[in-house]
Ligand binder design. Structure first.
Ligand code: AMP
Ligand code: GLY
Length: 420
C-alpha cells in the first residue's frame, strides 16, 4: 500500500514510525513531514491546510490510505475530499470533526445524549457572559468555542480573571472568530486521563489509557502547553474507569453521532476528568493526541494499516487489536521561551547517542548540512519502551540526558503521578 501522513510534529513522526512497521507498506509519504521523518517517509512540501494540492497529489500518486494528524485539515474537509476520490482515510469527515471544532456543538451532543460532562452555558454576546459570571462559583472555566491551538481554555480563579478572559475572547477576538461564541463551564477537580479509540462509526475499540502533562513546569505549575510528556498505560485508567469510559462516554458518543447523521470514523480522543463523582468529559478531539500518541502507538502490536482498512470498510467489530504487555514514557524537550515565543535555530547535540529501548520523535527540528537545529516550541519527544513503567521513565530520562541544546526545557516528573 502507498500511504500518506499529513502533519509534521512528534505525533506524525510516531504515526509514520508505526506505519513503517507494517508488512503491507509499499511506500510512505508525509506532507509536509519533517527532516526528522525523512528517513522513513518521502516528504512532500504541502502545508496541511492545502487540501487541494494534497488531494491532487494523492490521486496522481495512487495513494491508498491517508492518515490525517492535525485537526485543522479535518475541519477543512480533507477526509471528505479524499473519500470522494475513493482513498481510505484515518480521520473523520468535517461535520463529525465539529466535535473538536466547536465546544458548543460537542457540549450540546453530550447534554442531549446524557454523556457525563461539567455543567455549562453557551454565549454569543459578551454582556450576557459577563452577567452570568456574577452567578457562578470560582474557579470557573472559560472556553473559546472554536480552535485555538490549545490556548483557548482559561481557568479563572476569580471574577476579575473571568471577565478579562471573556472580554479578550469575545470583544478583542484574541482567537479570531473562534471566540465569537464561548462556553463557560463548571470547574472540575480530579485527575486527567486521555483515552483514544479507533472507530468505524459503529464500533469503538479503546487504545491503552494515557496521561498528558499540560503545564510547562514540574508538579503541574506554570502555563499550559501543547503537552510536555505522556506515558501509557496510565494506572488512573483502571479497569473500572475504562469500563465507565467505554459504556458512559465512548460508545454512547459514537451512537449519538450516527443518530445525528454525522457518523464519526477515525480516532476519537476523549479528555476525561476522573472525579469523586465519576468520570466527566473535558473535551473531545477528532484525532490522535500529541504527545499521548508518542507513548501509545509504540505499544500497538497490531498492523495500523489493517486497522485503518477495517475502519474504512466498517468491519472494526471483526478486527482484533493487540497491545504489547509493556509501558511507554515520552519526555518532551522544548525550546527556550516555550510556550510563549520559542527560540529557534540552536544546534541539537547528542542525537546520535543511543540508549537501548529508546527512540526520538522529531517535533520542531530542521536539518542543515547534516546537523539538526531547533525549529519550534516542542522540539523532540524522547520515548522509551520497557517491561515496566518505572524502567521506561528511567530509560527516557537517560536518553534525554544525552541530548542538549541552548535553553532546553523538559519536565523531570513525567509519569510521577502513576506512583502516587
Ligand atoms: P480542553 O482543551 O477543553 O481539554 O482544556 C484544556 C485543559 O484545561 C484540560 O486538559 C484541563 O487541564 C483544563 N480544563 C478544561 N476544562 C476544565 C474543567 N471544566 N475543569 C477543570 N479543568 C479544565
Ligand atoms: N495532548 C493534548 C492534545 O493532543 O490535544
Amino acid at each position: 500500500m502507498k500511504v500518506l501522513v499529513i502533519g509534521s510534529g512528534g505525533r506524525e513522526h510516531a504515526i509514520a514510525a508505526k506505519i513503517s512497521e507494517s508488512p503491507r507498506l509499499e511506500k510512505l509519504y508525509a506532507a509536509p513531514g519533517s527532516d526528522g521523518m525523512s528517513s522513513i517517509a518521502e516528504c512532500i512540501p504541502y502545508k496541511v491546510t492545502d487540501v487541494t494540492s494534497i488531494v491532487d497529489f494523492a490521486v496522481k500518486e495512487k495513494i491508498d490510505m491517508v492518515f490525517i494528524g492535525p485537526e485543522v485539515p479535518l475541519l477543512l474537509g480533507m477526509a471528505d475530499a479524499l473519500l470522494e476520490k475513493g482513498i481510505m482515510v484515518l480521520g473523520p469527515r468535517k461535520d463529525a470533526a465539529e466535535l473538536e471544532g466547536s465546544k458548543a456543538f460537542s457540549k450540546g451532543i453530550m447534554k442531549k445524549y446524557g454523556i457525563p460532562t461539567g455543567a455549562y452555558e453557551v454565549f454569543t454576546e459578551s454582556q450576557d457572559a459577563l452577567a452570568y459570571l456574577e452567578t457562578v462559583s470560582y474557579p470557573t472555566v472559560i472556553k473559546a468555542d472554536g480552535l485555538a491551538a490549545g490556548k483557548g481554555v482559561i481557568i479563572a480563579e476569580n471574577k476579575e480573571e473571568a471577565q478579562s478572559a471573556v472580554r479578550s475572547m469575545m470583544d478583542d477576538r484574541v482567537f479570531g472568530d473562534s471566540g465569537a461564541q464561548i462556553v463557560i463551564e463548571e470547574f472540575l477537580e480530579g485527575e486527567e486521563l486521555s483515552l483514544l479509540g479507533f472507530t468505524d462509526g459503529k464500533t469503538i475499540i479503546p487504545m491503552v489509557p494515557s496521561q498528558d502533562h499540560k503545564r510547562i513546569f514540574d508538579h503541574d505549575m506554570g502555563p499550559n502547553t501543547g503537552g510536555m510528556g505522556a506515558y501509557a498505560p496510565a494506572p488512573i485508567g483502571s479497569s473500572t474507569v475504562m469500563e465507565d469510559a467505554m459504556e458512559k462516554v465512548m460508545k454512547p458518543l459514537i451512537a449519538a453521532m450516527a443518530k445525528e447523521g454525522k457518523p464519526y470514523c477515525g480516532v476519537l480522543y476523549a479528555g476525561l476528568m476522573v472525579t469523586d463523582q465519576g468520570i466527566k468529559v473535558l473535551e473531545f478531539n477528532a484525532r490522535f493526541g500529541d504527545p499521548e500518541t508518542q507513548a501509545v502507538l509504540p505499544l500497538l502490536d497490531s498492523d495500523i494499516i489493517t486497522i485503518t482498512e477495517a475502519i474504512n470498510r466498517g468491519t472494526l467489530a471483526q478486527t482484533e487489536i493487540k497491545w504489547k504487555d509493556k509501558s511507554a514514557a515520552c519526555v518532551v524537550m522544548a525550546a527556550k521561551g516555550y510556550p510563549g515565543s520559542p527560540v529557534k535555530g540552536d544546534i541539537i547535540h547528542g542525537l546520535e547517542d543511543e540508549v537501548g529501548g529508546t527512540f526520538v520523535f522529531h517535533a520542531g527540528t530542521v536539518k542543515k548540512d547534516g546537523i539538526f537545529y531547533t525549529n519550534g516550541g516542542r522540539v523532540l519527544g524522547v520515548t522509551a519502551l520497557s517491561d515496566d513503567l518505572k524502567n521506561a521513565i528511567d530509560l527516557a530520562y537517560q536518553r534525554v540526558g544525552k541530548i542538549s541544546f541552548e535553553g532546553c526545557q523538559f519536565r523531570k516528573d513525567i509519569g510521577a503521578k502513576a506512583f502516587k
